[in-house]
Design a protein around this ligand. Sequence first.
Ligand code: BT5
Length: 250
Amino acid sequence: QLHLKTETLGHGFHLYERIDSTNRLAMEFLREGAAEGTTILAEQQTGGRGSNGRQWESLPGGLYLSVILRPQLKLADIFQLTLVAAFGVAQSLGRLTGADVRLKWPNDLVIEQGRRLAKVGGILTETRIQGDRLAGAVVGIGINWDNPVPAEAARLKPLSRRDLDLAPVAAAVLLGLEQSYQLWHQRGIERIVSGYERYLVNLGQAVEVPGHDGQGRIIGIDERGALRVLFLDGGEALVMPSELRLGYAL
Ligand code: BT5
């Protein structure tokens, strides 16, 4: 029993004890016409997906859920959905646990542990495109709550001021996602960008960008989710997630 506080998200709800990937199944439901807000939750995944063919370790005790969204969105702006989700989930987890949950660009939920970032969760947005328009999207959210995690990663439950099981965590994450999604509709991507930047650990970091001389500094993100990097000569680069992977050292 989830005790949902949302208006739409999570109202069509499918729970699995064990499944390969909630995102894979949600993409299937999306093709079959499932309504916006349809949510799939699994207690364990055997083939959890990260981005770019990477894997998401998904042992019992973690939160693994996928939500179907059907926004009106130009194909060039698809990455906005990941920003919406990352901001909403970071905010909700911070409120729920009291832990300082932050974002590592583009799709990682992290906490600072000394001079390193430990990953506590991730977002994977997948889309269905028909012709030249977006037919729908699946936002997948994985949160390390009380599951065994890979080396260098961390779990949130031990950092939480409240001793919660997974159901209230799922309800809070869905509410956070919905509130961010509504904010995006009502106030636009500018509001999401500024919210996302408040949680971004990478602001001020020095980086090297392929194709540019010397180091630049990260000054924010743009409305497509690209990283904005400022160089000493005053030039600015916009870097897409496929062009640069940021590390976990601070
Ligand atoms: C992500 O990818 O961070 C997106 C993860 C999304 C998972 C959810 S779970 C529900 C839904 N259904 C799915 O099948 N997927 C979504 P990426 O940024 O590419 O990070 C993947 C990398 O994180 C891996 O290559 C590992 O290095 C690391 N990793 C794998 N499992 C992890 C875990 N449980 N905790 C922390 N790091 C992990």
